[in-house]
Design a protein around this ligand. Structure first.
Ligand code: DLL
Length: 438
């Protein structure tokens, strides 16, 4: 049994969770219907009224919301309270189309801080910890979200934001940081820089890391744990639904507990929209049950996931989500085969390479091509062409065994692939410039 930030909520019997969710859903649907014209129109179009929703069993009567709806309603079309009652916005990092802007009342921020505080406690944090937050601060939810939770718990909070890795390391060492929070790709980079500066894993004071905001594999977790000498915990969230802390890992490190008293999760078939039972793979859909300013109902995340409700040794009763298996829009179709970058990452790390790689997809002579650029460890780098060619062939074979299609592997010199301080860009799909529908 672990520690809890809000034990009563986190260990609530499942029947009680469902009753609470039902009660909140009825209120939230009414709140959205009465205050958000855009959502009222969607419900009217589907022929459903707030009175038709008596509990969570009625959820599938409600329309979905998608990222396109959020863009269409930009900037205030989904706001459910007066703008003067909002105290904060955050926004997605989307590079195409209009950004999505999410609004928060003070109460929304307070509940969100509870969620991230729960995550820090589940990772072993207490008010005696020094929590180094190196997620970006600003419009991105990572920095502010974890910072609020760290404050609420009473940790000494180091609001570092991302980047300036030398300064991160100096503060980490001098102020004896015990918990580090950043994207997993940045954690890998910090680990690499520490090693280059001559530090061993036992030289730092860190005990845990809370990493999320991008997909990462179990292989990557082991790598980071070894290099930093810590336990690495996953944390999930998205701007539209608040930010980090929608779900978090506990000491079991086997999937993330969804904060079910605040968020209702569903898995649906991404093609038909049909709800799927626990244990089946599909698209994750969230309803925010408490948010006043931006009450999204049945928001389609595009994250592909499985939910399970097995007894967890930590004592939490909240349903668990597996690591998202990539976003449905991350999935590449190459020569007709579905490929997720995480599958390639798993092979690279299993074969002993560092997580510094880039995937380039293109169309050459009317056929898809897949090139994987992988950095070598300095000690494995060889100037003998034959050695390198053999290694490339071997790695290409290992990736083919995983995917069923053969990539061209390019082993490149140490440090030649750009490091990430936030969300890593792993894939360059050049087919997009050809206007190919991929
Ligand atoms: O990434 C919020 C966040 C900040 C989560 C810090 C965790 C830590 P967005 O920028 O809106 O919000 O991106 C949300 O990132 O739909 C997933 O596709 C992906 N994502 C977030 N956490 C994870 C994770 C933040 N632990 C999108 N594993 C989501 C895999 C994740 N993917």
């Amino acid at each position: 049994m672990g520690n809890f930030f809000q034990k009563e909520a986190e260990t609530m019997p499942v029947e009680q969770i469902k009753a609470l969710q039902s009660e909140k859903l009825v209120k939230q649907v009414k709140h959205a219907y009465e205050n958000v014209e855009y959502y009222r129109n969607l419900m009217d179009k589907k022929g459903v009224k707030p009175e038709d929703i008596k509990g969570i069993e009625d959820i599938s009567k409600l329309p979905f919301l998608s990222k396109d709806d959020l863009r269409e309603a930009y900037p205030t079309g989904l706001l459910a309270v007066d703008l003067k009652d909002c105290v904060r916005i955050h926004s997605t990092s989307g590079t195409t189309g209009k950004r999505v802007v999410a609004y928060y009342t003070q109460e929304d921020l307070d509940l969100w801080s509870d969620c991230t505080a729960r995550a820090i406690v589940a990772a072993g944090g207490t008010d005696e910890d020094v929590c180094q937050v190196c997620y970006g601060y600003g419009l991105f939810t990572g920095g502010a979200g974890i910072d609020n939770g760290s404050h609420k718990l009473g940790c000494l909070t180091l609001p570092m934001s991302s980047g300036n890795t030398d300064r991160q390391i100096q503060f980490m060492m001098d102020l004896k940081a015990t918990i580090i929070c950043c994207t997993p790709s940045y954690a890998a980079y910090i680990g690499e820089t520490l090693r280059e500066k001559g530090y061993k894993p036992e030289d730092n004071h860190l005990k845990a890391g809370i990493f999320g905001a991008e997909a990462w594999t179990e292989e990557m977790r082991r790598d980071i744990e070894k290099n930093l000498g810590i336990k690495a915990y996953d944390i999930y969230g998205l701007t539209e639904i608040s930010g980090p802390g929608v779900a978090f890992e506990c000491e079991e490190q086997s999937g993330m507990h969804i904060n079910e008293d605040h968020f209702l999760a569903e898995i649906i078939n991404p093609e038909t929209g049909e709800p799927l039972p626990l244990g089946e793979k599909g698209e994750l859909v969230f309803t925010s049950l408490d948010k006043k300013a931006f009450p999204l109902i049945r928001y389609r995340t595009r994250d592909i996931c499985v939910l399970t409700r097995e007894k967890c040794s930590c004592g939490r009763t909240f349903v668990k989500m597996c690591k998202p298996m990539g976003r449905s829009d991350d999935m590449m179709i190459i020569k007709g085969v579905n490929v997720f970058p995480s599958q390639i990452e798993a092979v690279l790390l299993n074969e002993g390479y560092a997580p510094n790689y880039q995937i380039v997809v293109d169309r050459v002579n009317n056929s898809d091509s897949l090139d994987v650029y992988v950095e070598m460890h300095p000690e494995d780098f060889s100037d003998k062409v034959k050695d390198m060619t053999n290694k490339e062939k071997q790695l290409s074979g290992a990736i083919k065994a995983m995917l069923g299609i053969k990539p061209v592997v390019h082993l490149v010199a140490p440090k030649s692939i750009q490091r990430s301080e936030g969300k890593a860009v792993r894939v360059i799909d050049k087919r997009k410039r050809l206007g190919i529908n991929i």
